[in-house]
Write a protein that binds this ligand. Structure first.
Ligand code: ADP
Ligand code: 5GP
Length: 190
């Protein structure tokens, strides 16, 4: 069994999900770590594909049972977390685990995997662009947009704790830069 992880953290709306989707098509050995969340699915999201959607009670019972490697109440009343079983499922198949987690989760997962993980911070070009992207995505209520923006300044300060930062201005350029960084990381581990 090998243990290799690549994790992406960023303020919500920076574009990490978009970048990850492109990378999953490019790197055959990647497998996305499906997180658990207590939020409701957005239109088009599927249980067991985008997230494991749990009720707040079910989430709590799994926390008590010690089933999470890490979890965070990312927004008041909404929890997200990485199940240990998910990491075992992917590592047992010798695949590279890909994480999309909030900034605190990223720091915790990097601590757990150490040199076996590449921690990537996806930086929006500016807070204004971040807000535009969140609005144009069209998935969030005004309250949810404000909650997300409210966290972003603090999250941006944590970028230096990651192994590398990718500025997501032009998407193609950001994806290319990410691919090169990942290829160098994987080559060093051979
Ligand atoms: P996150 O997963 O970080 O919350 P998303 O990947 O959902 O962010 O991206 C937020 C919105 O911004 C989406 O509507 C996405 O299509 C758009 N987006 C992502 N990257 C770019 C980019 N480089 N330029 C313009 N729009 C982008
Ligand atoms: P969204 O509701 O937009 O899908 O995700 C909100 C935030 O939760 C994002 O920053 C996302 O990266 C984060 N997140 C998703 N899964 C996890 C997880 O398992 N652990 C942590 N700590 N954060 C997560």
């Amino acid at each position: 069994m090998t243990r290799t992880a690549i994790l992406f953290s960023a303020p919500s709306g920076s574009g990490k999900t978009t970048i990850i989707k492109r990378l999953l098509q490019y790197f055959d050995c990647f497998e996305f770590s499906i997180s658990a969340t207590s939020r409701k699915p957005r239109e088009g999201e599927r249980d067991g594909v985008d997230y494991y959607f749990l009720s707040p009670d079910e989430f709590e019972s799994r926390v008590r049972d010690g089933q999470f490697l890490e979890w965070e109440e990312v927004y008041a009343g909404t929890r997200y977390g990485t199940l240990k079983s998910e990491i075992d499922r992917i590592c047992d198949r010798d695949r590279v685990v890909i994480f999309d987690v909030d900034v605190n989760g990223g720091i915790n997962i990097k601590r757990y995997f150490g040199d076996d993980a590449l921690a990537i911070f996806v930086m929006p070009p500016s807070i204004e662009v971040l807000e535009q992207r969140l609005r144009s995505r069209g998935t969030e209520s005004e309250e949810s947009i404000q909650k997300r923006l409210g966290r972003s300044a603090k999250e941006l300060e944590e970028a230096p704790r990651f192994d590398t930062t990718i500025v997501n201005d032009d998407l193609d350029r950001a994806v290319e830069q990410t691919k090169r960084t990942i290829e160098a990381f994987l080559k060093n581990r051979q």
